[in-house]
Design a protein around this ligand. Sequence first.
Ligand code: FES
Length: 128
Amino acid sequence: MTENRYEPPEMRGKRRVICHISEIPETGKGLSIKKIIKGDPDRSLDLFLVTDGDEVQGYFNICPHQGTPLDLKPDVFLDVEKKYIQCSTHGAKFQKDDGLCISGPCVGSKLMKIPIHLDSDGSILLGE
Ligand code: FES
């Protein structure tokens, strides 16, 4: 039987360190974050990160079309040109910077953005 020990996340002020920019592959990185909801310790949130020039963007891993995760293949969030975020279920394409859907079955809807901060040492922080 494995011991299920909780390790508190590394924090910088009120922001939580979630990974380093070097851990984001070319096609994006999916994350499941636990224990960020007060009073609901077993809850986890599925997020993903993509690089966008010198910036990093983060969204909930939920397609606005039918609510499925965007990556059927783990950590593949971008189209073949690596220009747009693409849902693997029906091919909707979303702009990296604001999550707006520009083609596919849910044009005009948006991915849910999460507040991400890229620190000077390359650490990626979650929080306002
Ligand atoms: S579920 Fe994403 S485009 Fe249909």
